[in-house]
Design a protein around this ligand. Structure first.
Ligand code: ADP
Ligand code: MG
Length: 695
């Protein structure tokens, strides 16, 4: 019996109701439950009387009785919760600026709680957002040790009264019932070399630590293992790519490339030329290209992609380019068609919403090999698209796709195709090791000449009339503007201005006599295309939109990017949005509207945008602030495999794990001496890579 396929209802005290709640938190198997680790711990050794607080104390822990709870409505949509506690030596007020209504429901006056956080003096001792746990006999009994685990709780869990206390009991039951059944697939030699505890012991120590030390070394092992698995995948993939026989090597005179080159509407920058050269060398060599092209927004990656495809077409091979949105795919199609006018390269666009007859016609031209360049969204990888001789796959704005989709496209080709992934998000080094450890990297490190840096300013509600005046004057001078909102329609209690409302208000109000249009993701492909085209042609002067225009959109005549409620966006996202302007020779402006806030951190975060135009600095700041999951905006497969390990704080472990994984596969490419590990890897990463012995 494997714990990964043993249902949680096999665990004592888990019936239908709890099972359902646990399922909705992503816990299905006994293994899932055992791997549902605490988020924080309370250390009871450090408990102190409230009277002991001194100035600037750092984190402290108290046991105190709750005597009063009060909810304050605040000026904006948030409410604030104050809860006063006493331990007989003093009074401590805990404050929640967020989620107060929810916390209020679980607090009971007269009960004792364990609280921890950093006290601040503000007309009395206060703690903002403390870590809190109800004291009761059960907590005391279950925890023979002094460190109390606190679990991440979802609404589904708490609605069925599953809190940290209950989870502790369920986990403890599972550990008792299935003792000795967690199989440890980390090779013995590595475990001994790094002095790691065994798997079951590590899991126990994370749930019920005997000491801080034992918890730490358990955590180290678990983090290491997460990195180790991912690096095995990377290394295996790299080995397979390198060893794959290459059929699609470019040959011939390169006439097509030369013709296209001489027709380009501009001279390539030095950085672009260097990258084109690197790609050319790769395509000519007898190893399959597997390259990432990194370049800040507006650095001119698109034309590089086109040149690479022309190299392939010149030797008779097909190329496919995938963009994350239809708007961008359509734009690429337009740009490529116009640059290739008069040259003999057939190209087509594949999106999800084409007429059946059109689609079939295009598909058969692709299957017969007539079409050399296929441009599309993820529709390109859907079933039904068959290539005749796919030699190159380009993925634009890679960070918007998962790692897995890259694999999907590769499977389309009979022989491993060359791969070029492009990204504007400069990726911190640890991250690229872990996500793209199998790629070579090219960098475009300068912008086309003649660009003026975009001027950026943060503005509040009271400044908006002046901002609108400014937009009107830019339009009068022949320029265009974007106004971006975080949501499509107004939802619930939030007072965020939605794009639809904003559009109505503005187009009937301050911009009454100016052509304004609305663009959002729920429109059909045709509508979006029509609007983008007429914006590009300058008929529409102001485009009110959601973040559908975030990536890639290129209209050099637009000079103003106004982002409403910029506090709702991540910095990398704001940088992407800002990258929509400053693409021509006119001075451009990025105006970041911010709702009034009591939160200094939010203001500080958005203000970073005023201080730098450097995508790399912004991405590092963003990554530090928000962590890798949110950093990418969307789920990045591969990232979701990291539950405990942190790409920045644990980089040392990452590098060690990478070295170990590469050394191991060098000696034993399909893990034949490690059957436990091999089976585990083949199961867990079945969509990504396989360790199989074909010999
Ligand atoms: P990104 O790297 O963000 O994808 P694009 O490829 O969309 O950037 O290029 C941004 C703009 O710069 C486009 O309008 C493009 O035509 C223009 N451009 C690209 N390369 C050059 C160059 N060497 N000289 C002048 N303009 C260029
Ligand atoms: Mg682009």
């Amino acid at each position: 019996m494997k714990l990964s396929s043993t249902d949680i209802s096999e665990v004592k005290d888990i019936g239908a109701v709890r099972k359902k709640a646990l399922n909705s938190a992503g816990i299905f198997s006994v293994e899932d439950l055992l791997y549902y680790f605490p988020r924080r711990y309370l250390d009871r050794k450090t408990i102190q009387p409230i009277a002991n607080i001194i100035m600037d104390p750092g984190e402290m822990t108290f046991i105190a009785k709750l005597f009063k709870v009060k909810l304050f409505p605040a000026k904006n949509y948030k409410t604030r919760l104050h809860a006063a506690f006493s331990d007989g030596t003093g009074i401590l007020t805990c404050i929640w600026f967020q989620g107060g209504e929810y916390v209020k429901n679980i607090l009971v006056e007269g009960e004792e709680y364990i609280l921890s956080g950093v006290p601040k003096y503000f007309g009395g001792w206060k703690i903002d957002h403390p870590v809190i746990e109800r004291m009761d006999d059960e907590a005391n009994l279950k925890n023979t040790g002094k460190i109390i685990p606190l679990y991440p709780l979802t609404a589904a869990l708490t609605s069925k009264n599953i809190d940290s206390r209950v989870l502790r009991r369920l986990v403890s039951n599972a550990l008792d019932d299935f003792s000795g059944m967690l199989s440890d697939e980390l090779p013995e030699a590595l475990r001994e070399y790094h002095k790691f505890p065994g798997l079951e012991d590590s899991v126990k120590q994370l749930h019920f630590p005997e000491s801080d030390e034992s918890r730490r070394s358990a955590l180290r092992r678990m983090k290491y293992e997460e990195f180790f698995h991912l690096q095995l995948v990377m290394c295996r993939r790299r080995m397979m790519i390198i060893s794959a026989p290459k059929q699609n090597r470019i040959t011939g005179s390169g006439d097509l490339l030369k013709k296209l080159y001489s027709k380009l509407p501009f001279e390539l920058t030095g950085a672009q030329k260097k990258v084109v050269r690197e790609i050319f060398d790769d395509l000519k060599s007898d190893k399959v290209m597997n390259r990432m092209l990194q370049g800040d927004v507006g650095s001119g990656k698109t034309v590089v992609a086109l040149l690479a495809m022309a190299m392939m077409a010149g030797s008779g091979y097909q190329s496919a380019v995938m963009a994350p949105t239809e708007i961008l795919a359509e734009q690429h199609y337009r740009v490529f068609s116009s640059m290739c006018e008069g040259l003999d390269i057939e190209m087509c666009l594949i999106t999800g919403k084409m007429k059946k007859s059109v689609r079939e016609e295009r598909l058969s031209a692709i299957a017969e090999g007539r079409t050399k360049i296929v441009i599309g969204t993820h529709a390109v990888i859907q079933d039904g698209v068959e290539f005749n001789d796919l030699g190159l796959v380009i993925i634009d704005e890679q960070h918007r796709f998962g790692v897995m989709q890259r694999g999907e496209l590769v499977k389309k080709a009979e022989h491993a195709p060359n791969i070029l992934v492009m990204s504007a998000t400069p990726i911190p080094r640890t991250l690229s090791l872990s996500l793209y450890g199998d790629l070579d990297i090219s960098i475009i490190d300068s912008l086309p000449s003649g660009r003026k840096p975009v001027k950026t300013a943060v503005r509040g509600d009271n400044d908006m009339n002046r901002v609108y005046d400014f937009i009107r004057s830019e339009v009068k001078n022949g320029r265009q503007a974007y106004i971006v909102y975080p949501l499509i329609e107004k939802t619930g209690k939030s007072d965020l201005k939605a794009a639809v409302d904003g559009f109505e208000e503005l187009s009937e109000g301050v911009f009454k006599n100016i052509p304004v249009e609305l663009l959002h993701g729920r429109m059909t492909g045709e509508e979006k295309d029509r609007i983008m085209k007429s914006f590009k042609d300058g008929e529409i002067k102001i485009l009110v939109s959601t973040t559908v225009i975030e990536v890639g959109v290129d209209v050099p005549n637009s000079t103003v990017m106004l982002v409403m409620h910029s506090e709702r966006f991540g910095l990398s996202q704001l940088h992407q949005l800002r990258g929509r302007v400053g693409r021509g020779s006119h001075q451009s402006y990025c105006i970041l509207h911010m709702a009034k806030t009591e939160n200094d951190d939010t203001l500080k975060r958005v203000k970073v945008m005023e201080t730098t135009n450097d995508g790399f600095a912004i991405s590092e700041a963003d990554f530090e602030l928000r962590g890798p999951g949110e950093f990418f905006g969307e789920k990045q497969s591969g990232m979701t495999d990291l539950k405990l390990a942190h790409l920045i704080y644990d980089r040392e472990l990452l590098i060690t794990a990478r070295k170990d994984a590469f050394e191991m596969l060098q000696k034993d490419p399909v893990l034949s001496s490690y059957p436990l590990l091999r089976d585990f890897m083949n199961e867990k990463f079945k969509d990504k890579v396989q360790f199989l012995d074909y010999s």
